[in-house]
Design a protein around this ligand. Structure first.
Ligand code: ZN
Ligand code: ZN
Ligand code: ZN
Length: 375
């Protein structure tokens, strides 16, 4: 029988790793609802609705996906991994979950589970202790398997296409509002194969000195920076969405030499951080590599955020590339490297790629030109 790529499920391996981690942590049952843990583990994403969806995974014994009956047809069934328990409009899903959890003492519940369900579950299971699911899943999700690297790479290629269109002038800048350009970038991310736009920051001139500027009515003029930081989710052939995230800057005109120098410092910092990436190297060392270059040029206090964040089914996850995170990188970690220099009242720059730790170093998933594009 022929197998398509999507039939080679990575989920069985994830269930095995999750259960091994549950043993380590003495967690008896894992309960996942809305949020990224659920699709990462089993390929199904819960709808964020008032009707409870919850996957109940005992450390030993078979898992059950409790799902509103009307949503059951959306589930790709994987009977070797979990049974389906659709509930009808007159049933109490919390009681069904409590029944499946049984006398378990230690229950891990999804970090993003709505409080109304957590509180009801706690009331229904008065002798259980609840911990966050991230204690089980976070470290596992931070190490991407080959399926995930391929999915992140595909999303990065699509984001690179949009960045190229931006750099080459296909995206008109001068005379348009930040909000209009942002919407344009979002449409292009979808055109290139993403399903869901997560954000498209467009910050012109002095607005670029605010790292998370909300694109607004500001019209882009000549001779200024346009900082564009955009990302979206692309669903892979297993039905799980993976994120892209890239930042590139354009100067509308010829940048003054001082501007070009500042950008040069930033580009050198980004390169230094990338060069520092290797398995066994602490994430904090990668952060320090970027920060040292920027500090040496006198802009240390103008680099106001961490160097990067992990990325996967969520835009921001472990490992964080930040001072204090001394955990060594391992092969399969995927994260952004995005130093910035922000000069309040004037302009700001950020340069961001997604990088994967591979044997002996780093691999950039974004390959689009890193210089300050001039339009
Ligand atoms: Zn950010
Ligand atoms: Zn970004
Ligand atoms: Zn980012």
């Amino acid at each position: 029988m022929l197998r398509r790529a999507g039939d080679v499920s990575p989920f069985a391996d994830r269930f095995d790793r999750v259960r091994a981690r549950m043993v380590e942590l003495d967690v008896e049952v894992l309960c996942l609802s809305v949020g990224a843990d659920l699709p990462w583990l089993c390929g199904y994403e819960a709808m964020p609705l008032e009707r409870l969806t919850m996957l109940v995974v005992p450390v030993d014994g078979s898992a059950t996906l409790v799902v509103p009956g009307l949503e059951a047809p959306r589930v790709t069934e994987r009977p070797e991994l979990f049974a389906l328990r659709p509930w009808t409009e007159t049933e109490d899903p919390v009681a069904i979950v409590a029944d499946l959890v049984g006398p378990a003492v230690s229950v891990a519940v999804g970090d993003r589970t709505w409080a109304r369900f957590v509180l009801d579950l706690q009331a229904a299971l008065p002798s259980s202790q609840f911990v966050r699911s991230s204690s089980v899943t976070e470290a596992l999700r931070a190490v991407k398997d080959d399926h995930e690297i391929a999915a992140l790479a595909a999303a990065a290629v699509a984001a690179d296409q949009v960045a190229t269109q931006l750099q080459q002038g296909d995206v008109v800048l001068v005379g348009r509002t930040e909000a209009d350009i942002s919407a344009d970038l979002g449409r292009r991310l979808v055109d290139e194969g993403h399903q869901r736009v997560n954000f498209a920051i467009v910050a012109a001139g002095a607005n670029a000195a605010s790292p998370h500027h909300e694109p607004g009515a500001r019209v882009v003029g000549p001779d200024e920076v346009v900082l564009c930081d955009f990302g979206a989710t692309m669903v892979d052939d297993n039905g799980v969405g993976y994120c892209s995230d890239i930042t590139r800057c354009v100067w509308t005109g010829t940048p003054p030499s001082e501007v070009a120098e500042v950008y040069g410092v930033l580009a050198a910092a980004q390169q230094a951080a990338f060069d520092a990436v290797a398995p066994g190297v602490a994430a904090s060392v990668v952060d320090r590599a970027a920060r040292d270059v920027i500090s040496a040029a006198g802009f240390g206090d103008r680099f106001v955020h961490r160097t990067g964040h992990g990325i996967g089914v969520e835009e921001h996850e472990e490992p964080y590339v930040v001072d204090g995170n001394d955990a060594p990188l391992v092969v399969g970690n995927a994260f952004s490297i995005e130093p910035g220099i922000y000069l309040p009242g004037r302009y700001g720059f950020r340069l961001e790629d997604i990088v994967v730790a591979v044997e002996g170093g780093g691999r950039r998933l974004n390959e689009v030109d890193r210089s300050l594009a001039v339009r």
